[in-house]
Write a protein that binds this ligand. Structure first.
Ligand code: ASP
Length: 318
């Protein structure tokens, strides 16, 4: 990950970024390679380039978000784009405006890119067909969260040098996690060995068909793991009684220093946030040298700058 590649000649031929399921490994590779150049920009004393000057990005979030919305905002500002945040509860949407009309209005404002988060799976895909603006899926229900998957892959690559053959264990509420799905799609395409672990009620039926191994016992899953990715319980998407209590969940699946011993010595501990300290991870593990949680947040800006740049036809100056 030392050499910064000149990616200006390579073109990402898509209008939208909707998920990692549809991307070819070469497209993922292009994004991850390009992100190295944007990491370099983020390390400059003046972290701003004129690449997207004159373009407008709209952040349209129907579900709460701190990290993702802010990260897209910083990424757009570093590329000199204009950015509008639409706070859904205060917009006309609560007055009954339909999704299509909202986006048509945004398009009439000549937004080049719309970043959308929505509680329903598939909404970004529908919009992508309806409007000329590029659509970036910032999380659609329990379906996909492609930029988070790319950030996680970029962070692992940065630390491990390659994804090929790594044992990566995703722990928790796999059934309702869009982060898990995007990571499964992306990591398996890039040659990693992906395992999922959690209570049987939170593992999607037939998940093995996505080329993952399934574990129900944490100690067995994380044995010799190179990466452990923890997930938050998606309580807002769960129906009741999927597991007894959060305390019970922590007893069986919470990652602590003791349990970490069976993993590889240089294991990376990851979490997309927001973290529930003391539930899926103990504070000492979250703050340990194994944890790359802050790297994930930092890399989020570079990866999102990359996605904005590539979707804009990578024509601007870096
Ligand atoms: N921030 C991630 C998401 O929006 C993970 C989470 O909320 O647990 O899916």
């Amino acid at each position: 990950m030392n050499e910064v590649v000149d990616v200006r000649l390579k073109v990402f031929g898509r209008k939208d970024l909707l998920g990692l399921q549809d991307l070819h490994p070469d497209e993922i590779r292009l994004i991850l390679d390009t992100a190295r150049s944007f990491r370099e920009i983020s390390e400059r004393p003046i972290k701003k380039v004129p690449t997207l000057r004159g373009k407008t990005l709209v952040n349209l979030f129907y579900e709460p978000s701190t990290r993702t919305r802010t990260s897209f905002e910083i990424a757009a500002k570093r590329l000199s784009a204009d950015i509008i945040n639409i706070n859904v509860p205060q917009s006309s949407i609560v007055k009954g405006e339909g999704l299509k009309d909202t986006v048509k209005t945004i398009e009439a404002m000549e937004a080049s890119i719309v970043v959308i988060r929505h509680g329903q799976a598939g909404v970004p895909h529908i919009l992508a067909h309806m409007v000329k603006s590029s659509i970036i899926n910032a999380g659609d229900g329990a379906h996909e969260h492609p930029t988070q998957g790319l950030i996680d892959m970029f962070t692992i690559l940065e630390k491990k040098g390659s994804l090929e053959g790594l044992r990566i264990v995703i722990v928790g509420d796999i059934l309702h996690s869009r982060v898990a799905r995007s990571n499964i799609f992306g990591l398996t395409k890039m040659g990693a060995k992906v395992c999922v672990c959690g209570p049987p009620t939170l593992i999607p039926p037939k998940v093995e068909q996505l080329k993952v191994e399934v574990y129900y016992k944490l100690e067995e899953a994380i044995k010799d793991a190179d990466v452990i990715m923890l997930l938050r319980m998606q309580l807002e998407r769960q129906c009741p009684n999927l597991f007894p209590t959060l305390l019970e969940y922590t007893k069986l699946y919470g990652l602590n220093k003791e349990r970490l011993r069976v993993a590889s010595q240089d294991v990376l501990v990851m979490h997309p946030g927001p973290i529930n300290r003391g539930i899926e991870i103990t504070p000492d593990v979250a703050d340990s040298h194994y944890s790359v949680i802050c790297d994930q947040v930092r890399n989020g800006i570079a990866v999102r700058m990359t996605v904005l740049y590539l979707l804009s036809g990578n024509r601007g100056r870096l």
